[in-house]
Design a protein around this ligand. Structure first.
Ligand SMILES: Cc1cc2nc3c(=O)[nH]c(=O)nc-3n(C[C@H](O)[C@H](O)[C@H](O)COP(=O)(O)OP(=O)(O)OC[C@H]3O[C@@H](n4cnc5c(N)ncnc54)[C@H](O)[C@@H]3O)c2cc1C
Length: 499
């Protein structure tokens, strides 16, 4: 890299502005010139984004104050996701951002709970999750830092207005020195010896030179795909939905969680914002766009306040995400069925690794290799967690569900399911976005219960087991009773922050 490096970001969608804001916040804009070619205003996939708790670390990196974020993006808090219509065993289950119970006698809570269940001593597993108890009562508060308190056993994320979130990131980036260019990339010029991208030919007739390029051009993948010819790994045989329709509507309440409802052709979302964001993710092989729009309209809690927004996608990821002097971030790098909110998480993961491995002169291909190793692990972890939902679903009311039940799944996922079924044990990579409790919630929520458990659980005295479970449940209930409603909490928090 030369002394004054030119970094060029192509695409002014959420990924582009997340990259620009993060690089600028890290002071990289002082050492390098960062230019973002904005293209035309992109339509966010729906009016609302639902996120994972790790987004808070991204905002800390940006120096973005939480109350400012809430005000600027009309955000609400999120404790997890309620899934309905996925399982024949229960109408709905919850994927919480928090654990069930607590460890005791060196064993995971689940092991003790399974024993208690076998002995008729246990209440439903969800009763031991503080996060789920608060969600079901529409309550919210921040977790405490006291590890002895039940109120420390959860985390939270946000629901954000997608357009406003992008504006917020754009302002941060531009204020920190990022150059914004409203133009369109028509072609690229590459070095004839090493194949690196050297310049972009823009629609306006201008040429833009660069040393390092970040492709945030969404599914167009104009640099990584079109110019550099890096192919994509197709995951659509496991994740068959390929179309989405989104509408904002009035009403819908303000629960502190996202709702995801399985339907014959896919699934619908409801994201609680000031106006709720509603969407239908479906397989175009099962229903038409008109049928999907009708179904979505019928499910709205209030009146529509936006025109329906249609888009297509295909689940998959780049064979190589950092290739030559270009790294693909956002939908140019990977696009997964948005059943779990992994889009922004993957943008954040790519940015974190890019900052960690920022290329320097004479470093050769090592940073790219390490980046690709790390990001591929993220892709496969996420892919498998998403496949889990589809594969375990009890529905048989369309071809996609029948296919998903019968399909051959990745070997590592098959092993995870078998180990859980046989032993109640989950081998989950601590580095990924979905901890053990996430896997437990989907497996048990969709009807997989362990046939046997760890024999050491019998060492724990029966009376103590009874007392421990009762104690946890009591602490959950008492603590949740003292919380404010989600709506009250937001207004109190914002008025306190304004003083
Ligand atoms: C239905 C749906 C719902 C989703 N919901 C969530 C969610 O709730 N939470 C979450 O974390 N993730 C979600 N995702 C994933 C998330 O939306 C994406 O990861 C993210 O928005 C992708 O943003 P992007 O900037 O990569 O792409 P885009 O938003 O598509 O932006 C690409 C930009 O590149 C520009 N561009 C393209 N070609 C050129 C060119 N030649 N020259 C200049 N500019 C160009 C375009 O104009 C556009 O501005 C969802 C995805 C879908 C499909």
């Amino acid at each position: 890299m030369p002394e004054k490096t030119d970094i060029v970001i192509v695409g002014g969608g959420t990924a582009g502005w997340m990259c620009a804001a993060a690089l600028a916040a890290q002071g990289i804009a002082k050492l390098c010139r960062i230019t973002l070619v904005e293209g035309q205003a992109s339509h966010p996939a729906g009016a609302g984004y639902t996120t994972l708790p790790s987004i808070k670390a991204f905002h800390r990196l940006l120096g973005l104050d939480e109350a400012d974020l809430l005000r600027q993006t009309l955000a609400t808090f999120k404790l997890g996701t309620e899934f309905s219509g996925w399982s024949e065993f229960q109408a709905a289950y919850f994927h919480p951002f928090g654990s069930y119970g607590d460890k005791a006698g060196g064993l995971d809570f689940l092991q003790h709970w399974l024993r208690a269940r076998g002995e008729g001593l246990a209440q439903p597993l969800e009763d031991y999750s503080y996060c789920i108890a608060a969600s079901k009562r529409n309550r919210f508060d921040f977790p405490t830092k006291d590890p002895k308190s039940i109120a420390s056993t959860y985390d939270y994320a946000y629901h954000l207005d997608a357009d406003l979130y992008k504006e917020c990131l754009k302002n941060l980036a531009v204020n920190c020195g990022v150059i914004r260019l409203q133009d369109w990339v028509d072609d690229t010029g590459r070095n004839s010896v090493n194949g690196n991208i050297e310049r972009l030919m823009l629609k306006s007739g201008k040429t833009l030179k660069g040393d390092f390029f970040i492709d945030c051009s969404g599914s167009d993948a104009i640099l990584i795909g079109e110019s550099l010819g890096v192919g994509a790994v197709d995951c659509s045989h496991w994740l068959p939905c390929d179309r989405t329709i989104a509408i904002s509507s009035s009403g819908g309440g303000l629960p502190p969680y996202t709702r995801v409802m399985a339907k014959a052709a896919g699934w619908q979302w409801k994201i609680p914002l000031q106006n709720s964001s509603n969407g239908y993710v479906y397989s175009s092989g099962v229903i038409s766009d008109d049928e999907a729009a009708n179904e979505l309209h019928k499910s709205l809690d209030g009146n529509p306040v936006s025109a329906p927004l249609l888009s297509s996608f295909k689940s998959g990821y780049r064979e190589t995400t950092w290739y030559k002097n270009c790294v693909a971030v956002g939908a140019a790098g990977a696009c997964f069925d948005p059943l779990e909110p992994t889009g922004l998480y993957l943008v954040q993961a790519a940015i974190t690794q890019l900052i960690r491995l920022f290329p320097g002169e004479g470093q050769g291909p090592m940073p790219a290799k390490e980046f690709n190793r790390h990001i591929e692990e993220e892709y496969t972890r996420i892919r498998d967690f998403l496949i889990l939902h589809y594969h375990l679903a009890s529905r048989t009311d369309s071809e996609i569900w029948r296919h998903c039940k019968e399909m051959v799944i990745p070997e590592a996922l098959e092993q995870k399911i078998t180990l859980f079924k046989k032993r109640g044990f989950l081998d989950v990579d601590a580095a990924g976005p979905f901890p053990v409790a996430s896997w437990i919630s989907v497996m048990t929520g969709q009807g997989i219960w362990p046939e046997s458990t760890n024999p050491l659980r019998r060492n724990f005295p029966r009376e103590e087991l009874h007392k421990t479970l009762g104690g946890i449940r009591g602490a959950v209930n008492r603590s949740v009773e003292n919380m404010s409603s989600h709506r009250e909490f937001i207004s109190q928090y914002l008025s306190k922050a304004a003083k």
